[in-house]
Design a protein around this ligand. Structure first.
Ligand code: FES
Ligand code: FES
Length: 152
């Protein structure tokens, strides 16, 4: 019997083992490749998706543990907050190589959904699990503040 997943509002039944990482299901079975593999050990944040609106690391999340719950990836995130974040990311020209950025955006959206006016410290604490090899941290912080201003 397959595992039922709801990804970006669509139901899927996957014939995979329950302990398969959610990241593999998203990328290899559903071909949603915007979510990236970085470390595979919950250390870099490249694989961040939302589970019922909360940011999680899909590389260490067994697919069986999220059956029947709502998973959102970078391809499906489209709330008012998400649109503001994506606009601010463009306005502040955050992206360099881009590899970490879908995870950064998913974390930034989760931050602003729970804290609409974060301080620099709030941003640094919340985003500390998202690593950027290109060191775009200053622009990420500026974009999050810009999005918070747009949404206020
Ligand atoms: S790939 Fe999941 S945290 Fe690095
Ligand atoms: S933009 Fe290159 S790793 Fe973050």
């Amino acid at each position: 019997m397959g595992i039922e997943l709801t990804i970006n509002g669509e139901k899927h039944t996957l014939e995979v083992a329950e302990d398969t990482p959610l990241l593999w299901a998203i990328r290899d079975h559903l071909h949603l490749t915007g979510t990236k593999y970085g470390c595979g050990m919950a250390q870099c944040g490249a694989c961040t998706v939302h589970l019922n609106g909360n940011a999680i690391r899909s590389c260490v999340t067994p697919v069986g543990s999220v059956a029947g719950q709502n998973v959102t990836t970078i391809e499906g995130v489209n709330s008012r907050v998400a649109k503001a974040v994506q606009t601010s990311w463009d306005d502040k020209a955050v992206v360099q190589c881009g590899y970490c950025q879908s995870g950064q955006i998913m974390s930034a959206v989760a931050l602003l959904e729970s804290n609409p006016a974060p301080s620099d410290e709030d941003i640094d604490n919340f985003m500390s699990g998202n690593i950027c090899r290109c060191s775009t941290y200053v622009r990420i912080r500026a974009a999050i503040k810009d999005a918070a201003t747009k949404l206020a």
